[in-house]
Design a protein around this ligand. Structure first.
Ligand code: PXP
Length: 252
């Protein structure tokens, strides 16, 4: 039985399009938790295109489950994380021109820098997840960097145009998940997942948590946040993952 964490960035995207104070991602987070979500994710981007510093601070006060802050491993973000104190930080690559996170973090090529960021966050009492492509070299590098969690990038799997490509990406995710579990790293998965494509991943017992944003927020426009989260949760709870021990939550 895996966990579901809901990314509410896109609620903030809609708010920022108008530059006013609604819709509020904090409200979306409250409804997601009310529907049973195990955690809330926000990506505080360097360009502040959706989530704002205020959102992160208020969410830290309001979120009852695990608060996961996605961020680039910059000095600014490391400082904000240490001050606000999310339960988990997910380090992601960030490019200003991208529409969304486009690929996993190149951990192998920046091992020392990632290792230092992990150590800094761990020193502040924050667990660290690295968002990586499902590749053995990246999993091994994440291990060397000291990460507690890897989030396997499922975007290429989600975008596969035919069965053979889908199978290839699914196999890569399975191999990476197994390797991470063998190295004692917890495994999450996310990007591009929706009600139609999450099924095959749920058969992989190593994946303990799913990070899902766009498809839930998109569906919430028509059926409401609680129903959209509830539908995804009903699937995620059918996963082959053994019931994961409740991850410890940081004290405020
Ligand atoms: N995980 C990471 C690291 C991400 O950057 C994103 C997108 O913000 C997600 C999960 C969620 O992806 P999606 O919005 O496609 O569900």
């Amino acid at each position: 039985m895996a966990r579901l964490s809901v990314n509410v960035d896109h609620v903030a995207t809609l708010r920022q399009a108008r530059g006013i104070d609604e819709p509020d991602p904090v409200w979306a987070a409250v409804l997601a938790e009310k529907a049973g979500a195990d955690g809330i994710i926000v990506h505080l981007r360097e360009d502040r295109r959706h989530i704002q510093d205020r959102d992160l601070k208020v969410l830290r006060q309001v979120v009852k489950g695990r608060l996961n802050m996605e961020m680039a491993a910059t000095e600014e973000m490391l400082g904000i994380a240490a001050t606000v104190g999310p339960d988990l930080c997910t380090l992601v690559p960030e490019r200003r021109q991208e529409l969304t996170t486009e690929g996993g973090l190149e951990v192998k090529g920046h091992l020392e820098a990632v290792k230092q960021a992990v150590a800094k966050l761990n020193g502040a009492g924050i667990q660290v997840s690295l968002f990586i492509d499902p590749h053995p070299e990246q999993v091994k590098a994440a291990h060397l960097a000291g990460a507690q969690v890897v989030e396997l990038h499922t975007g290429t799997y989600a975008n596969a145009g035919d069965e053979a490509t889908l199978k290839k990406h699914l196999d890569a995710i399975e191999d990476a998940a197994r390797l991470a579990a063998r190295l004692n790293i917890k495994v999450a998965a996310g990007h591009g997942l929706n009600l139609r494509n999450v099924g095959p991943l749920l058969k992989l017992p190593e994946i303990e948590e799913y990070s899902i944003g766009h498809s839930i927020v998109a569906r919430a426009l028509f059926v409401g946040m609680e129903q959209a989260v509830g539908e995804m949760l009903a699937l995620v709870r059918q996963s082959a993952a053994p019931r994961a021990a409740e991850a410890p939550r940081r004290r405020l």
